[in-house]
Write a protein that binds this ligand. Structure first.
Ligand code: 5GP
Ligand code: MN
Length: 340
């Protein structure tokens, strides 16, 4: 975090403040970990910080210290608005545009609070008085650590904060294997373990909680795997019927797209998930090397994210969405034709 942003933040935090910390809709491990870590840190400095999430988060994160105190806007609008009403500062973590907060955005936009953004997604909007945006970072949770460091307060890292941040970094880096994982990321992780994060336990709590239904759903997804060798592309689809058959719960499809990306010579992988309730197809894109799924999602699917991981949606039917996707691919043939 640069000295200018650090100075602004120090000034904002020079007396006790009422603070809301919020993440993006469909919060993932990094959103939950970074928001909880930040709120624990701010409370340790004598502020009154609460976490609001736009909607619920997956069960495999429902053990993280402090997660029971998160106010889920969709489930408790009254409490969420009460917190936003009295707030001096809003920390927005792990997203680049207030539109990413779904129904919450309206109330955030109406607020007179000072906004602080901490995020690693591409193309951030300009709504914050202090903006710590770095697209090279592994995760927002790693950025929260650097934020604490910039304020000279690393000694505030408790076992809880170490656990929250470790979980966020671990989930956003695919357990420290994605390219944005740096030597610095590992140094941060080492410090978090020294501060009390139980690495093996955290891995088990996040990854070894598969239900029978989720494994069956994975089986259905893998049956639907298609490979287009010409484009070094693989895609998976899941219909609402398949999701219903296996009692789909939020988070169940997390990571499925990585199986498509793990196929030899594939460098572009996609999963299409039908959502009859919202009348959309939710799409996740992943890539290896220089092919920017952020651009692809932005150009065709009203989405975005990072170079190698992005999301978007289509309002066409599932089969139309897939047909359309296949017709778009030839215009990327050159970019996709060389395996790097
Ligand atoms: P996922 O595919 O796991 O939903 O998301 C992959 C990455 O892209 C995450 O960093 C997520 O925050 C981002 N992302 C997912 N959906 C969208 C979207 O609709 N718009 C933007 N801007 N980013 C998204
Ligand atoms: Mn993230």
């Amino acid at each position: 975090m640069n000295s200018e942003t650090t100075a602004i933040v120090k000034r904002l935090l020079d007396s006790p403040k009422n603070i809301v910390v919020t993440g993006h809709k469909n919060p993932d491990g990094d959103a939950v970990g970074s928001c909880l870590g930040m709120s624990y840190f701010l409370n340790s400095l004598g502020h009154k910080a609460n976490v609001i999430m736009p909607n619920d988060f997956p069960d495999f994160l429902k053990w993280i210290p402090g997660c029971a105190e998160i106010v889920v806007h969709e489930q408790n609008v009254e409490k969420s608005l009460e917190l936003i009403r009295g707030v001096d500062i809003v920390f927005t973590l792990d997203f680049n545009s207030l539109a990413r907060t779904g129904d919450l955005q309206k109330y955030l936009k109406e607020s007179n609070a000072d906004f602080v953004m901490i995020d690693h997604h591409q193309a951030p909007d300009n709504y914050a008085v202090a903006m710590y945006s770095d697209v090279t970072m592994s995760s927002t949770s790693e950025m929260v650590y650097h934020f604490m460091d910039a304020l000279g307060k690393l000694e505030a890292i408790s076992v809880e904060i170490a656990t929250q941040l470790y979980t966020g970094i671990m989930t956003d880096t695919g357990s420290f294997r994605f390219p944005a994982t740096t030597a610095t990321t590992h140094r941060v992780i080492a410090h978090l373990i020294e501060a009390g994060a139980k690495n093996a336990t955290i891995h088990q709590k996040v990854y070894d909680t598969n239900s029978r239904d989720r494994m069956k759903l994975l089986g259905a997804a893998l049956k639907n795997l298609n490979i287009l060798p010409e484009y070094h592309t693989a895609y998976i689809s899941l219909t609402q019927k398949e999701l219903d058959t296996y009692n789909f719960k939020k988070g169940d499809t997390e990571g499925f797209v990585n199986y498509a990306l793990s196929v030899k010579d594939v460098k572009f992988a996609v999963i299409f998930i039908e959502n009859k309730q919202e009348n959309i197809v939710k799409i996740s894109f992943r890539s290896k090397g220089g092919f920017s799924v952020n651009d692809f999602a932005r150009n065709h699917y009203n989405g975005g994210g990072h170079i190698n991981a992005a999301g978007g949606r289509s309002s066409k039917s599932l089969s139309e969405t897939i047909t359309e996707f296949i017709t778009i691919l030839p215009s990327y043939k050159k970019e996709l034709s060389h395996v790097s």
